[in-house]
Design a protein around this ligand. Structure first.
Ligand code: KG4
Ligand code: ZN
Length: 343
């Protein structure tokens, strides 16, 4: 069976075709709008909507170029959470297609799809998955979710203000490093060398020792802003300052994410830690998670999707549609966008 996934929850127009057998990926097309939003330093929803409308037919054509559209058996479409005007473009495209092809639609939760993206790579039989603690870290969300099996989730903690990705994006904007901020900060941080830096910066690790599983990143952003404002014009433009600051921002975010996730994993006595979302593409976060788990001799399996399936994509949407085939509906007129959809 061929499953088509559609995601337009934010600023990427994503369509993917996968086979139910072995989750074979036939196509995974992501049309990025980065260049358009760069000048605003963030996503501008109505521009994003216009671009999705323009991109969807083109991206669809590319995604199904090796099969006839009539061979599509089922359609998965993201209904939330996300930017409402953007979500509707994907949903309406899916509805038109479903009507034309007389097919069913599975409404998909974008957060669940970020978690299940881990199944897009083979999982060894002896690697115990459940129960697990899932850390979903994206531009809009930072959540810790307890998962007992596919489809059974309990939200145990989330950010009270900015998401981790948002913190990367906003601090990169303060420093003038560009958009999206995560990869820009990671690239600048990779150039940081402690012995070459005269800049001493210490950033807070918000809520790290609080006995809950919530996060807060807006104070970190403010601390970055205050430090930046306290610098001379020359210092603000100095590569070494920007690299030191990028390193410190990345490390502060990583410390909080790792500390709280591992504590949740210990408290709930789970078998694995599962990562998902754009920030999970961060090399240092991945490396330090593995290092911590090894050094603490914690007998936990660690899963993180390949980078191209950590950031937004529709292969994870098609895959989630396979897991939730039973929710497929012909009554797709009733499918609605829900910007605040919860897991
Ligand atoms: O999951 P995603 O692609 O879209 C949302 O659902 O929001 O996540 C986008 C976020 C952005 O904030 C971006 O800066 C961040 O993920 N991101 C990264 C990296 N790549 C993307 N953050 C840190 N390091 C990266 N390598
Ligand atoms: Zn996402």
């Amino acid at each position: 069976m061929y499953i088509l996934g559609i995601d337009t929850s934010c600023d990427d127009t994503c369509i993917s075709l996968i086979k139910t057998k072995n989750f074979e990926i036939i196509s995974n097309i992501v049309s990025s709008q980065v260049k358009i939003h760069q000048k605003y330093g963030g996503v501008y929803p109505f521009l994003a909507k216009r671009e999705h409308l323009r991109n969807l037919p083109v991206v669809f054509k590319k995604a199904v170029k090796n099969i006839g559209p009539s061979e599509i058996d089922l359609i998965g479409a993201t209904v939330g959470p996300g930017l409402e005007p953007c979500l509707w473009t994907g949903i309406n495209f899916a509805k038109d297609l479903a009507e034309k092809l007389n097919k069913l639609i599975v409404p998909i939760n974008h957060i669940e799809a970020h978690i299940l993206a881990n199944c897009l790579r083979p999982i060894r039989k002896n690697q115990k998955l459940f129960p697990s603690v899932c850390l979903v870290v994206s531009g809009g969300h930072t959540q810790l979710i307890l998962m007992s099996e596919v489809g059974k989730y309990k939200l145990i903690g989330e950010t009270r203000d900015d998401a981790a990705g948002e913190c990367f994006d906003k601090t990169a904007r303060i420093l003038g490093l560009g958009y999206p901020g995560g990869p820009a900060i990671a690239a600048a941080a990779a150039k940081f060398k402690i012995q070459n830096s005269k800049f001493k910066i210490h950033l807070p690790r918000p809520m790290i020792h609080q006995k809950n599983y919530d996060f807060s990143f807006s104070g970190l952003k403010t601390a970055v802003l205050y430090d930046f404002q306290s610098r001379t014009e020359e210092e603000r433009r100095a590569k070494k300052y920007l690299q030191t600051m990028a390193f410190e921002i990345q490390q502060a975010i990583i410390d909080v994410l790792i500390y709280k996730t591992i504590r949740a994993a210990k408290d709930y006595k789970v078998k694995s830690i599962i990562l998902g979302g754009g920030v999970a593409a961060n090399d240092e976060l991945r490396r330090q998670f593995i290092l911590h788990l090894k050094s603490k001799i914690l007998n936990l399996n660690f899963f993180v999707p390949p980078k191209k399936f950590s950031t937004d994509n529709a292969a994870m949407i098609a895959l989630t549609a396979i897991f939730h085939r039973k929710k497929a509906t012909k009554n797709w007129q009733k499918i609605k966008a829900d910007a605040n959809l919860k897991i």
